[in-house]
Design a protein around this ligand. Structure first.
Ligand code: AMP
Ligand code: GLY
Length: 414
């Protein structure tokens, strides 16, 4: 099978690595790709602005399946173009991807299908949201409706910071519509399921660590590290999450004539009243993919294809025993403006049963491998226990050197 993969992050390196292991795999093109994806296929430096140019490329190169990694091309309807050209694509159409690209739409789907979530109020102006926050006498989570590069949610601790959050998000493009959401308490997990429009198959459950600092302190980031699987999620709890918090939304989208094909990623809060969905994403999480994909066995590429054509067979996927811990190594300045061009040492092409290094923000400079983005590398340790996976990840993370390198040392620590 010839595959075209879209994206350039650590998630796409993990996808390229996994796809290239498939028995049915022949050739991979990655648009635009990164230093890591280049070792599994050919990077094509195309801008990600013109879906029709990608259709031409796919036709010229006899592509059998297109896999879309990031949220923006999904929200922009790239899959609609591929489908119109008759090229199978893994990822939702723009209409189905609205479950991520519009938080108010996601809430509407949850309400219509009975998915348990947080009480939510939607406002079309910051003034109305501020008035409601003042009068309600409660604390709310403030969210921008649209895609905001992971910066669209603020969890304030008092009224003045709530009003400041409304002002800040209300001034952004994503925040032309705002949501005020009941603040839920509990531990969070990421539940990702491959979906063919009707059926779903869950991938190993993951826990992301979004805050920059140790012990979940400091500003939010795209994700500093992930563990998978999460032991507190028993098979019975996972079944409950799938049937109550995810499948009804998939059924609702299908009933509306916009079936969801791709990976549905539910952010779930384990509250004292049971699991509740706080958000849906329409793509693989990053860095979640870097911990989840190494735990999957079976013909992954085949299953992606089956999802794309609406014919998922859940028995084709198996879970590898053991645990994965992914630690993200960040550049100086992240999550603000990252410094680029710092030479990186100590990354050999290690790919065995104990550690895998995924590239995200790296480039080849005059002196070889160097930093070129905020989240530079994802180091995934594997092991029969969480402690062993964690030890493997950190042992290797310490060996990688670059100026300004920083990372959390508590990923997977009980
Ligand atoms: P998001 O960018 O949508 O993933 O949200 C960022 C983080 O905000 C989530 O991972 C949660 O920790 C937090 N959050 C979002 N919604 C809620 C909520 N309703 N109650 C408590 N925390 C929330
Ligand atoms: N790691 C969080 C996300 O991909 O949205």
């Amino acid at each position: 099978m010839n595959v075209l993969l879209i994206g350039s992050g650590g998630r796409e390196h993990a996808l390229a690595w996994k796809i290239a292991q498939s028995p049915r795999f022949t050739r991979l093109l990655i648009v635009p790709g990164n230093t890591g994806t280049g070792s599994h296929g050919q990077n094509v430096p195309f801008p990600l602005s013109d879906p029709e140019a990608l259709v031409d490329l796919a036709q010229r190169e006899h592509i059998d399946l297109i896999v879309v990694g990031p949220d923006n091309p999904l929200a922009d309807g790239f899959v609609d173009h591929f489908e119109a050209a008759g090229i199978p694509a893994f990822g939702p159409t723009a209409a189905a991807a609205r479950i991520e690209s519009s938080k108010s739409f996601a809430k509407e789907i949850m309400a219509a299908s009975g998915v348990p979530t947080a009480e939510t109020h939607v406002f079309d102006s910051p003034g109305e949201a501020a008035a409601f926050a003042r009068e309600s006498g409660k604390l709310w989570v403030v969210k921008a409706d649209g895609l905001a590069l992971g910066k669209g949610v603020i969890v304030p601790d008092d009224l003045p910071s709530t009003l400041a959050a409304i002002k800040k998000l209300g001034a952004t493009r994503a925040g032309s519509r705002l949501l005020l959401e009941e603040r839920l308490q509990g531990r969070e997990i990421s539940v990702l399921a491959l979906c063919d429009g009707k059926r779903m198959v869950a991938l190993p459950v993951a826990r992301d660590h979004k805050r920059l600092g140790e012990g979940d302190t400091g500003p939010n980031t795209g994700g500093m590290g992930v563990i998978a699987p999460v032991d507190e999620v028993t098979p019975a709890l996972l079944e409950q999450i799938l049937t109550r918090c995810m499948q009804p939304a998939v059924d609702e989208l299908a009933a509306r004539g916009t079936p969801f094909r791709g990976v549905l990623y539910a952010g779930i809060m384990l509250t004292s009243d049971g699991p509740r969905t706080i958000e849906f994403n329409a793509r693989f999480g990053d860095p979640e993919a870097q911990a989840i994909l190494p735990l999957i066995e079976g013909d992954f590429l085949d299953v992606l294809y089956d999802c794309a054509v609406g014919n998922l067979n859940p028995d084709k996927l198996r879970r590898r025993r053991g645990y994965a811990v992914c630690v993200v190594l960040c550049a100086a300045g992240y999550p603000g403006r990252p410094r680029r061009g710092d030479p990186i040492r100590g990354v050999e092409a290690i790919d065995d049963n104990e550690v895998i290094v995924f590239h995200a923000g790296t480039a080849i400079g005059p002196q070889g491998l160097c930093t070129s983005g905020g989240r530079v590398l994802g180091v995934t340790g594997l092991g029969p226990t969480l402690a062993k996976a964690r030890a493997n990840a950190y042992q290797f993370a310490e060996r990688i050197k670059f100026e300004g390198k920083h990372y959390r040392t508590d990923i997977g620590k009980e």
